[in-house]
Design a protein around this ligand. Sequence first.
Ligand code: NDP
Length: 297
Amino acid sequence: MVAQIIDGKLFSRKLRDQVAEHVNALKKENNVTPGLAVVLVGEDPASQVYVRSKGKQTIEAGMNSYEHRLSENTSEEDLLELVNRLNDDNEVHGILVQLPLPEHINEDAVINAIDPVKDVDGFHISNVGLLATGQNSMVPCTPLGCLLMLKDLHGSLSGMDAVIIGRSNIVGKPMAQLLLSESCTVTITHSKTKNLEEMVGRADIIIAAVGRPEMVKGDWIKPGATLIDVGINRVEGNDGGKRLVGDAEFSSCSEIAGAITPVPGGVGPMTIACLLVNTLVACCRKHKLAEPYIIPN
Ligand code: NDP
């Protein structure tokens, strides 16, 4: 079998177009423009690329983008003061503090200082609790993007066996909550899991979020399974330059899977598109307007 390639670039384009349409309507009918504030502390090159891209796509969707770039040695107190100001700012509907933060800053303290209604990353402890108890929350962007692609592909996920490789707060755990809400039977695996290959081999849906280049091989997976590869790993290419690969070996997995996300061009573009969705949702909630029907039920 040659797997269907799930085109995250195309899907995210459609999602961003949908967001832009809603933003346009909000401006015309309600005189409201959603605004996203992104805070970057330090000079981490990967974070700078992400922040640039988030700002560009926010503006393309017709929203206001506010960038706050702070130096590496900014104190936790100063960062918290900025977060509090953004919490009070009526023009700002979403706040994202780019992670990782420098070591001298307590990430949890900063994330939990964000107003949960503006927490478009969905990492605030209140949103984590709301998601876990099946209540209206802000859903972390990467798992939300994975879910949207899965639902687009399969419609109902009810009764499917899902195996998630990785248990981080950013991807693995919220992904498990989302799939559980869709009535999947969910197994979360991690570095201490025994018989990982055997577990992966039983799955209808595999979410690989490990951070280990090409770890999942084609002969691990059940023929026809759907493989969502979250991993972004920079490895040396044949020409000595760098290339991006996922956590699954694309060449062998795409021979066996029913559907697979490529890296790049799979989950990656969906993450920013879902950030825009969350900002729009946050704006509608703030102004007590109907939430856009973007996230399929
Ligand atoms: P973390 O490092 O926080 O978590 C990795 C998880 O993988 C941990 O739970 C770890 O287990 C588990 N793990 C490590 N080695 C193994 C192993 N040999 N077998 C089974 N499980 C293992 O990573 P993230 O969740 O933040 O990210 C995962 C990947 O996804 C990375 O490549 C990252 O770059 C990418 N990513 C991509 C995004 C996108 O937009 N596409 C967004 C976020 C992340 P344990 O807990 O036991 O240590």
